[in-house]
Design a binder for this molecule. Sequence first.
Ligand SMILES: [Zn+2]
Length: 745
Amino acid sequence: MATTAAAALLAGCATINTEEGDPLADLQEAQAYNPDIPAGTGYFAERSDLPFHAPDFTRISEDDYLPAYEQAMMIHKAEIEAIKNNPAAPNFENTIVALEKAGGMLGRINTVFFALTGSNTTDRLDEINTEISPKLTEHYDAITLDPALFARVKAVYDNRAAMTMTVEDAKLLETTYEGMVHAGALLSDAEREQVKAINSQLSTLTTEFSQDARAAMSDQPVIFDSREELAGLSDSDIKSAADLATEKGFDGKYAIALQNTTQQPLLPSMENRDAREKLFMASYHRADGTTDVDTRMLIAKIAKLRADKAALFGEADWASYAMWDRMAEKPKTALDFMEQMVPALAATQRREAAMLTAAIAADGGDYEVKPWDWYRYANRIKAEQFDLDEDAVMEYFVLDKVLEDGVFYMAEKLYGLTFQKRTDLPVYHPDVTTYTVFDRDGSELGIFYFDPFQRPSKRGGAWMSNFVEQSHLYGTKPVIYNVLNIPKAPAGEVQLVSFDWVNTTFHEFGHALHGFFADQRYESLSGTATARDFVEYPSQVHEMWATWPSVLSNYAKHYETGETIPDEMIEKIEAAAKFNQGYDFGEVVEAALLDMKWSALSPAEAAAIDTPEKVDAFERRSLEELGLEIDLVPPRYRSTYFNHIFSSPAGYSAGYYSYLWTEMLDRDSRKWFIENGGLTRENGDHYRATVLSRGGTMDYFQMFQNFAGRAPDVTPMLEARGLVAGDEAADSEVSDGALPSQAVN
Ligand SMILES: [Zn+2]
């Protein structure tokens, strides 16, 4: 249509005066603007011609990536130049939408390449990754910080009040503009140089932190002189300890390597209390100067630089700067949210400690429980109380049934979806299966790839992503994959899965639904393209259906007898999930609080923490002033080895609370479903309309409000964690858990 208009205009304008300021001439010039964008070659140049543009793995070879990347970056640059050089005045279409459309080929390579490096990598792919990642960062940074490009974006943004836009257009404009501002586009040249200098110092210091924290963990195992000290460990653990000691030059002794968290997995088995204390204290004092590794001054410098960087952007502290695109948005919102859990949590910590001290006494001990005793006794009580045999539980979970009669059944009951297995699409590994997903009206909704098994070429964990993003601009439908790491049964045996993996299968499919129900014009706002403290919420909610009675009775059938899983087994699983939360949950809340306290320092406050002792004191004060039992339940990571927040320039800093925040949204939503009749099409359609179909196009509080009819409340999460009893909640200190109403706007 644009071509027709331009042609008509050109045809009738031979006599028009083209001097400056003539609007018709401007229009003519704009319409005639036909920049020279080089055409791509090879597989990635166009969308795949398979159904739904699914990737055609038969046409992709490893040697294609580097040349394709070089070409795609070159084309992307040319597209950006074309936007900058457009003689027409900047407007939404020729600047914001043009920017959104640019880089299509690069995006297609990225989606396939990073899917494969994650789930089916090779040495060659890893090499290419190492080579291409810094180039990609540089490429995208150059665009985000291009002054001429920003000038056009800003011109459109500054004119927004005068423009008529859809809600989604307005959001695209806002995120494009704010993303560039966040990177430094509004700063003066001198300030931008300061930011660059800070970024480079942060990069050096955080790399040093990560190396030191790793050295304190891997290079400094805890040495034990005798086998007696390790009584209670298995023969194979003891042999590993002997081997490690030899390797480290302590022949004839025993060495235990520290693991990532403050608690250490071997502690519960160790009978010798002094040995337990020794192992725990080595973990707790990691990198705090007790040995020759000391990260405390690195932390102080990182905190100061982050506060300084935030100040250059006019923000009070690092958290305010880092949280610009989050649901919680302000550090105070996240802090208030966590602090309101403290009374119930502290009470639970004291109650659990008393119970464990009693168990120790019953065992003949005359001491009070300490962190190094905690799990030894907690695990013992848990085993007695819940008597849960995980192998017996697994016999009710056959993988195919979990997916097709559990997850797909849930999706049918809630959303009216149906699924059909396909055999015509190429896959990147023979274990991957594909399904067409049909919508409630019978139309095709998208394609689902399921890649369940652990293998050496796959990184750990579980995740969801898209091969093709839904977009009305392009008329594309979602092509989505779920990757899990379920240990594969030996050939010929029935594939059983643990209850944890059952939960994860529902969780990852929750992400998939968020992607399938995407209803956006722009890829960059589509489906799961949402804030870090929001994106885990829809996935977590879907875990609730794994134990929903009518879903369970449809899929959880014994692999031999076909019997449905007994209710008491599920009740035990659910009751066990509430056990020991003073510790399990407490250590996470403390780590999240610690992260936020470090991130909420002003430049002056950060500058005052200028000695290693002051780092210790700040950490202690931050946790102590809240009233948690930090000597009984220390944080999951102490500052000196908190890699999430200190081992990269931004990382998860000011973001560790996200795990808790999305859990609040999740648990409160479960409550809504239960109050409204549970697994019904009406409820599913409502959730789809208000949350799952909205992508990143609107305010997250508003989204929740539209769904639940009220602001999110922390109480259901505390109930689910067993920190307050459901029927007492109304009287408890934390019942007034609704977030401050101004946060809802
Ligand atoms: Zn997830």
